[in-house]
Every structure is written in C-alpha cells, then in structure tokens.
Ligand binder design. Sequence first.
Ligand code: GLC
Length: 489
Amino acid sequence: MLQPIVWRYAFLVRYSMILVALATVATVARAEQSSSVAGTADQALLDAREARMKWWREARFGMFVHWGLYSIPAGQWDDRKWTRGGVEWIQLKAGVSADEYAQRLVPQFKPSPDFARQWAEVAKAAGCKYVVFTNKHHDGFALHDSDTTTFDAKDVTGRDLHQEIVQAIRQAGLKVGVYHSLWDWHHPDAYAGSGAVNVRGTSMKGREPKRYVAYLHRQVEELVSNYGPFDVLWFDYSSRTYQGKSWQADELLRMIRKHQPQVIVNNRLYRSAEAGWGDDWAKKRQTLDPRYGDFTTPEQHIPEGASPDVDWETCMTMNTTWGYSQHDHAWKSTSTLIRNLIDIASKGGNYLLNIGPKADGSVPEESIVRMREIGQWMDWHGESIYGTKASPFAQTPWGRCTQKQLADNTTRIYLHLFDWPQAQKLSVPLGNQVTACRLLGETPRQLDTERDQHGIQIQLSGKAPDTIASVIALDIQGLPETLPADSKP
Ligand code: GLC
C-alpha cells in the first residue's frame, strides 16, 4: 500500500516544478480549459498534460503503420479473399486457430534489412511529424524483444524490430508512437469476446484473465523501460463490457507515467463517456477526463461536433484496410487525403493517416505516391496546418479555415479555398483591421483587400493556383471578431 502514496508524492513534487515553468507561458484559453476540468483531476496532473501535449497539438499530421504477421497473407487465406475492411483481422475472419496462424506465418516472416528507413522517409516526405506503428496487433505477435513470450520478432527473426523501427523514426527527426493491442488472440488467457479462435477455443471457459493482464502489464513495462523515452502510446481497444478495470488500466497508466511522464496516451484503455466515448460520438460534444487518456480517437471519420477543449486524432486508412491487402484497390485520391487533413486541422484535430506495408516491410507504391503528393502540397502550404488552431467561423462555404496567433497581437487566418470564387472576390466576415494578405505558393502573391459592412473583401485574379486547395494567409489585428454574416447554417 505504501508504494502508490510515495509515488503520488514524488509525482506532485516533480510536476509542481513544471507548473511553475508553465505558469509563465500558459495562455488564457488553456487556463480556462484547465479550470473546466479541474474538478475531475488534480491540477498537477492537468499541468503535466499541458506540457506533454504541446508538440502533439502543433504536429497536426502523423503516419500510422499497421504491419505484422498479418501482412503476409495480405488479404487472402487459401482461396478466400477480402477486398474490403481490415485484413489485419485475417486470423479471425478466416477462423484460423492461433496455432495454425502462427505455424503458417512465422516461418514466412522475413523483413528486408533496413525496411524501417523507408517508412521514416515516406512519413518525412509527406510532412508527417510523428509515426505510430503496431508493436503488437490483435494477433498477439510482438515486434519488441519480450521476455514474456517467444511469439515475438526477436525469437523469430533474431532482430529486435521494435528497436530498428524506433531508431529509423528518430533518425528522421520524427516523434515515435507505439500501438499496443489490448486484445490478444494468441495468449491462452486473454479476453475471448472478440470471437477469435485461440488455443482455448472461443469461450472464456478455462481462461484466467488475471494471467493475461499480468502479461499485458509486463509487456508494456518492457516497452516503457527498454527503449528510451518515446512520445505516444496507442492502446487498442476496449468494449463497453471489457474495459478499464478489465485491464487494470488505472494501475497500468500509473506504471507508464512512472517510467515515461512525457508519453501521450490515447483513450482506448477505457470505453466510457468520461473517456470520450459518447452515445452519439460523432455529433455530440465530447468530453475527456484526462485521467482516462490524453486524446480521443475517432476512427475512419472526422467528427462534426469536435469540442475545442478536447484533443482528438482521426485515424484513417488510405484504402479500406489497415494491414496490407493485395485485393483492396479502393484508394482514396490525394485530393481527398489533403482535404481531410485540412478539414481536421480546421476543426482542431490531428490526422493519423495509415500505411500498410507488405510482408517484407516495403511500402505499397499507391501509398508512396499519395504521401509524396501530400508532401508537395505541404511544402508550400504546411504553415497553414502546423501549429494552427480550429477555424473561428461557423461556416466557410468555399473551403476551410485555420488560424494562428502571432506575436505583436496579430492573428494569421488561413483560408483554404476548395472552390476558387468565380467572382474573383472572397468575402471574409471579420471586423478586424487587415495588416497583410498573400496567397501561399512557390511565388507568394500579395492580395488587395477592402472593408465593407460584410467584413473583409479579398480581391483575387486568374485561376486557382492549386486545384486541391489554394491558401490565403490573411493577417489581422487582434483576435478574430466574426460578424453576423458568419451565422450558423
Ligand atoms: C480497430 C481495429 C484495428 C485497427 C484500429 C485502428 O480498433 O480493431 O484493426 O488497428 O482500429 O484504429
């Protein structure tokens, strides 16, 4: 009993120091945000969270990587093929037992040397600021060198793939995120509710969930102890009936924070309203009590009612599967992906865009092309995404908007034009004085502005410089003062 109290004390002392440093730089908005949840968690905890979220809030764009044993069948088991949906679930989809799955796939798992460098290059070229990779997915195969099992990459390949991946990502100057599955279709005592056939069949009969939870905690402890500091821990996932307590999540989080106070943790150890899972999640204003995680995780969609004081990250596939499939050709266009990124930034969230490398670790050509094209757009327009905040407007029929507070009491408003106005005029319903206005691009162009009763009128000319999204940077004095023309639709 003594340990948690001692730990808590050390925690408070450490974070009261951070609090002092933060007090000088905290913005009014953030202070308000903290006070709105102050009743639910202690202040030191909230302040520590503000500190660790800083880079993440500025990053806005990350790359997800789903890669493991499931990348080998690539959406096909014997003659059964899957053209849609997550084929990292192939063990369950094909109804294969854990033993058969392992026996068939382990001997074929032969990642090429240096594959992780390509991942890092692809992420970097796209303009991502962080990479989250699947250390262990639901099939239970771990990429890190684990003392808890032989079902891991080191035992199978002689290589610590976790280490290789982390090193490659760090070398590229990117932040590192680790996905770790709570479900485990291999461990004989793990939760069986998902329906996968493991060595003990599909029911909970004969299982000792406590043994699995101890195993899960030990594996996570290895991750947070053996590979140096990293940046995001991405758990997956909980159901309403199996969550939080079922994983001894409070204890798990305490252990994680003890080793890695800076690591940002998602909300999937829990599945409750407090942890950001509402009934009508997409529409309802979310809440997130920071005791349950640092950010929420909308999957495959962009929430409409994103709350300004909740950190969130939409994760999304480029086709319809997370793990590589040779049969899924439903690739989203680069235009859709870029506009998703803009849409998410305009609502104050992050975009975690997935790639599913092939069995040898190589990135599919379709993903490389799209990531490169996103990077080309980011080269000229990245400043309208990184470090920005949600749009001040209720509606932007011509596209989307982000904003950034600059020094000297200026706000830079970024107007992302999906549709170039035929009238060559853009009306921006703001009452502020304009200090500068330019079109971003290889050769930035100054734009003339006028004021009238509807707000600021920006004079345009010619064709859209970018067919996906042209961006205007409009500098105004003070914080944005929106005019009645910007009423809710
Ligand atoms: C779901 C799926 C999983 C995927 C994840 C990404 O939880 O189970 O296959 O890894 O979503 O968010």
